[in-house]
Design a protein around this ligand. Sequence first.
Ligand SMILES: C[S@@+](CC[C@H](N)C(=O)[O-])C[C@H]1O[C@@H](n2cnc3c(N)ncnc32)[C@H](O)[C@@H]1O
Length: 323
Amino acid sequence: MFLCYYKHMKKYQVGELFAGIGGIGLGFQGAGFELAWANEIDEKACITYANNFSHLLINKDMTEVDPNELPKIDVLTGGFPCQAFSIAGYRKGFKDDRGNLFFDILRYIDILQPKVVFLENVKNLTAHDNGRTFNVIQKELTKAGYYIKSNVLNTAQYSDVPQNRERIYIVCFKSKEQADKFKFPQPVNKVRSIRSLLDTNVSNEYSYKNSKYYEQLKSEMTNPNTIYQWRRIYVRENKNNLCPTLTANMGTGGHNVPLVMDKDDIRKLTPRECARFQGFPDNYKLPDNLPKSALYKQIGNSVSVPVIKAIAKNIMQVLEECE
Ligand SMILES: C[S@@+](CC[C@H](N)C(=O)[O-])C[C@H]1O[C@@H](n2cnc3c(N)ncnc32)[C@H](O)[C@@H]1O
């Protein structure tokens, strides 16, 4: 009893910026952290978030929140909007308002002084503007008093989830000793099969039977064990038996949701299957009252939960060892 109480007291508190549907929070929770609060501007993402977590959720533009009014935390997380840095966002970087949100993260850090800052972004962040963008990020975090470790990890190598998703993870410690001790997780290199994540008896609403591309898809999609993508005029097979990187544009309609063969049909992945390809457990709720397009967007915007959990476990280990 005493031990449980002590253990509870030891939990480190996390604040989530750009929380989306809470993939980063879920990973930290799985590693033994306690979530104190989350901030997210998008109302629909907040609906999904609130269906799954009960701590304080502030549905507001983060630039309008006063961090002085937020509960104290040990870890600040932020998968800050990647559009400003990714190729898809036309490489505008800090010239794009969404890129400037990074400077607002610094405002939170300055006031909250967390022991750890955890940031996630697209792999291209390091190459953006010939490395200048990432240099600024590192310089600013160092100026704020943090020691930085960063690495690009692919979900398919660092978890058993078969998704090809390369993301940069930036882990910053206030203590040099902790930063020196922290190590990124080792590769797992043992992914589950794509089939094991797919449902049988999926509703007709996901079928491509009535699509004008059906005949072409039918003739080119021959492998039931992999995933395909419709690319304007051709069908792309993912030869490595991994799901391609799931992105927010799955929610914009068109043909952006990956395709699979299903018995005698061709269909797109369901939101639940996409959530599995991000490593969300099946008890994570996807609200029925949201349009499917919103769910696809939210899941594409999110993270691979088991990768976050593996990194968060190593952060927890360092925090416990050094305090
Ligand atoms: C890349 S997504 C992060 C998703 C999150 N890691 C998850 O697991 O779902 C970025 C999120 O930042 C949110 N966002 C963008 N600008 C914001 C702002 N000014 N204030 C608060 N949230 C913002 C977006 O709505 C989006 O959900």
